[in-house]
Design a protein around this ligand. Structure first.
Ligand SMILES: Cc1cc2nc3c(=O)[nH]c(=O)nc-3n(C[C@H](O)[C@H](O)[C@H](O)COP(=O)(O)OP(=O)(O)OC[C@H]3O[C@@H](n4cnc5c(N)ncnc54)[C@H](O)[C@@H]3O)c2cc1C
Length: 415
């Protein structure tokens, strides 16, 4: 028997009417929810895990990459900057003092303490910080709930219900069963592009090498933390595998992908083996404090948008810009991000946020980190709220009207 036939009658999950349904409560999805709710939309986040934050919390990726351009200018603002401060609201940070003063420029940035584990990236003195992941996820949930956003945990998006190129809602499955959520606009914040994929959209497949993130400590680090009064020394952000320059590891340079469960499974098992091998080299004074509970794949899928972020557009003016990001790997390129990178070429009411937006080549690596992932979240949430208000689809909204709303919310549109 190769197939079975299921007879499914899928009930509506709730009587509540949602304007915007967001699949995935990671950095992109959470910011999209906040932006949409602040503009009057009724928003639901569907999250398969049991906490918000995605890779930023469950994934043990606790460095908020810079929101300045490396030349002393803050360029990614709005909710992204708010989230950077939320990430450190209830715990430690190593945000340079100069950037913590509410300024847009600094002349001589202070050195960032406690970043000994990142010798290969020049983020010293930049508007960036290490954060404590449990404190960040709890702060995010507190904020999201206080703004009237509904969150349903332990619920996996399974499928879309399409009427031509319009999505009418999503089918989910959880402990209660299988059900259907109606939504006027759907935002794909899954990190995998699973909503687009179920809607039949072809995407670019990303290539990954092995990295396993965790937090670790040992007696010496604890002593150093006490001596220096710097918690980031005591709770070190660690990892095994390759850094982004693919150096510093004796683990095989095998390529990994994140487009099927089998591919993700292989990655997860290999990364667990690498973490265990690392533990075995340590003494009894060592402890791995926490291990990623979500695959540390950087690039799984990205859409081919109506517009894209392109390397050749570095430093260039973009008429439909929804905000600016910089290359976090050093004092490098800065980009104005076009609205069209959130939109598929055919589907009318599904928006992309986070690491699945249309960014080509090297710019995919720039956009996928928290500043870019959250910036696209704010733009998508605002665009969706504008579309709901005007009773149109996100691909029909007035871009100048969207830009006006983003500027009013403190987003810097142009460099
Ligand atoms: C090894 C590694 C190191 C990194 N280092 C940094 C760094 O130092 N600084 C930095 O700024 N960025 C870093 N990044 C990038 C950053 O972590 C991600 O690109 C960012 O988290 C993307 O946000 P997102 O919201 O698009 O996706 P995610 O963080 O992946 O969140 C997606 C959410 O969707 C949920 N979801 C997925 N599928 C479903 C489904 N079917 N149903 C319901 N929910 C679903 C997931 O559970 C998750 O909560 C790193 C990434 C990796 C992998």
């Amino acid at each position: 028997m190769d197939n079975i036939t299921e007879k499914l009658v899928t009930p509506l999950a709730t009587d509540k009417e949602y304007d915007i349904v967001i699949v995935g409560g990671g950095p992109g999805g959470v910011v999209a929810a906040l932006a949409a709710a602040r503009h009057g939309s009724k928003v639901l986040i569907i999250e398969k895990a049991e906490m918000l934050g995605g890779l930023a919390t469950l994934g043990m990726v606790c460095l908020f990459e810079p929101i300045c351009d490396g030349r002393g200018r803050k360029i990614t603002k709005g909710i992204v900057e708010e989230m950077l401060h939320l990430s450190i609201k209830y715990s430690y940070s190593n945000l340079p003092y100069t950037w913590n003063q509410g300024v847009d420029y600094v002349k001589e940035p202070e050195n960032t303490p406690g970043l000994k584990s990142y010798p290969y990236f020049n983020i010293k003195g930049r508007y960036a910080t290490i954060f404590n992941m449990p404190a960040f996820t709890l702060a995010m949930e507190e904020l999201v709930l206080s703004e009237g956003i509904d969150v349903i945990y332990d619920t996996r998006f399974c499928d879309v219900v399409m009427d031509g190129n319009v999505c009418k809602g999503v089918i989910v499955e959880n402990l209660t069963g299988r059900s259907f959520y109606r939504g006027k606009i759907i935002i794909d914040g899954s990190g995998y592009g699973v909503v687009f994929s179920r809607a039949g959209v072809k995407m670019e497949k990303g290539e990954n090498f092995l990295t396993t993130c965790f937090v670790e400590t040992d007696f010496k680090s604890m002593e150093e933390a006490i001596k220096t009064e710097d918690m980031t020394c005591g709770l070190r952000w660690g990892g095994v595998g390759y850094n982004l320059l693919q150096e510093g590891s004796n683990i095989s340079p095998k390529k990994y992908y994140g487009t099927t469960t089998e591919e993700i499974n292989e990655y997860v098992i290999d990364s667990h083996k690498a973490a265990l091998a690392h533990i075995k080299t340590q003494g009894k004074d060592y402890a791995m404090v926490s291990l990623a509970g979500i695959a540390n794949l950087r690039k799984c899928n990205r859409i081919f948008g109506r517009e894209s972020v392109l390397e050749e557009n570095a430093f260039a003016f973009n008429e439909s810009s929804i905000g600016c990001v910089s290359d976090w790997r050093g004092i490098g390129s800065t980009y104005e991000v076009p609205y069209g990178c959130l939109l598929d070429t055919k589907i009318k009411n599904i928006l992309a946020v986070g690491r699945i937006v249309s960014a080509v080549g090297d710019t995919w690596d720039v956009l996928r980190c928290y500043p870019g992932a959250m910036l696209t979240g704010q733009a998508a949430g605002t665009a969706a709220a504008l579309a709901v208000r005007d009773g149109i689809s996100p691909d029909d909204i007035s871009i100048p009207a969207l830009q006006k709303m983003l500027e009013a919310d403190n987003v810097m549109l142009h460099l």
